[in-house]
Design a binder for this molecule. Sequence first.
Ligand code: HEM
Length: 254
Amino acid sequence: MNREYFYSIINGEGTLDYEIYLNTQALLSCQKDFQKLCNQDELQFQIVHQSEELWMKLIAYTLLDIDEYIQQEKTHRVMTLFNRVHRIQRTMIQQLEILETMSPKEYQEIRVFLGNGSGQESPGFRTLLKMYQPLWQSYKTYYLDKYGLNLEKIYDVEYSHCNAYMVAEALAEYDELFQKFRYYHIQLIQRTIGMGSQSLKGRAVDLLEGGVRMKLFPEIWEIRNKMTDAWGLQYGKIRNSIASNVKIPSLTNL
Ligand code: HEM
């Protein structure tokens, strides 16, 4: 195939309605020109990162809507939009895998062009890190405090699978997927530069493992510990094996 020909048509003319509405000229100019790519992996490296930024932008906009719906207690809206956010998060996690097709050696060629940049400078990620606390505050104010509820009541003593419980579970899912993104990102780093290395800012890469353990909504996880311990007091925290009580038929009796 003639490379020059395909390079010349891939960005389109930008004149058709589809191209105008989606601003494809600008979008497809956000990557280096084909001639300037340092190797065959650089285009995927740029596109995966750029797509992830776009998904985080959409998550951020959606969380703003969710926050307002929480304040209006419009639970159905909250659930639909959280469903969207969770799907985007799963898409983001899956996309990381694409970069695992890049060899460590070829990544090193790209790395030279990154300056001291890193994902910690990602505008999308930084924005999301500023959003989870206000979101939790809105949930607590409008779904719990306003009705004299707390997590113990909605998960245990007054458990009825109510709206407050549903929204709490949606927050839990968001938190869990956030951790999963960080975990799969670490797997990608392990595969590409190794976890024992240093970032381009000179920081130890394994510091990222602290992020995986970070909980956005610690109360939602803590309540599970409390309930399990409390329930355990009723049926025995440490119990005898059920094997001693069960009569296992011997093969000869079958
Ligand atoms: C080969 C691919 C990749 C490598 C080798 C890599 C490597 C790294 C390293 C070494 C850090 C730590 C930076 C520091 O301490 O200054 C980091 C952080 C980060 N990277 Fe990547 N990364 C890759 C792909 C991606 C992709 C595709 C995304 C998508 C958005 C991403 C998002 C992030 C984020 C959000 C952080 C901050 C994480 C946190 O604070 O928990 N990275 N990355």
